[in-house]
Design a protein around this ligand. Sequence first.
Ligand code: CIR
Length: 256
Amino acid sequence: MTYCHAIARTPPASMASGITTQHEGIDLALALEQHAAYLDILRDLGIKVTLLGPEEAYPDSHFVEDTAIIHSKVAILTRPGAQERRGEVDCMRPHLEHVLYLQELGGDKEATVDGGDILFMGNYVYIGISYRTNYAGAEQLKSRLLEINPSLSIHFIPFEGVLHLKSGLTALGPDLLLGSPDIKLHHPLPAGHITWLPREEAHAANVLVANGAALIFNNSPAAHAIAHHAGLKPITLDISEFRKMDGSFTCLSLLW
Ligand code: CIR
């Protein structure tokens, strides 16, 4: 995918009280350093980065990916599955409405979607059904996306084993995916060949592909080789402090 713009948010000092399944202390100074390095990589790839200020009331608010799905210059605001993250969408709305067409998810209050569950692969859109994204939310999102682009092939993908669909599966190309051995897909995917990572690199399945490059966890030789083989330029980065919050590369920016 070719991107020109990104929105990111500085991690708040409160980030250590965000939602996580890990039990490791977070080093805020290091997190800020890693976040800055991530943004520098995006800039080096020719992407204009808009960096929003920290939102102390929302410890997970730097994971901006979960607040919107962007397709064809339209941003569809989500309704995050975690109650304590819902306010992040209101914080994001004013920044997106200046630069993109805005749509709401709509539907009933039970409908939930996290951006981390939405995977675009060529013309296919996989909507992960998870603890965060439910079928009601997936149906709403599908309707919105088809209004924007009726030619999309949209599929619901129930899974287990990782937080978001893209925590365990990302697209490297129009027919190639990188998979974590941790993700358990309930059904085979309708399209796309999955290359599975070895267990010791399970966390490295979340790769951010942008402008011919692939941002990859450091110390992940298999992921590095697979991305290289796919014709991408691998760029490695340590984002240990975000991993401690169950986050990864794609979650730290909204791109278009
Ligand atoms: C959460 O549990 O919501 C955050 N601690 C991590 C969110 C990561 N976002 C993503 O993978 N898209």
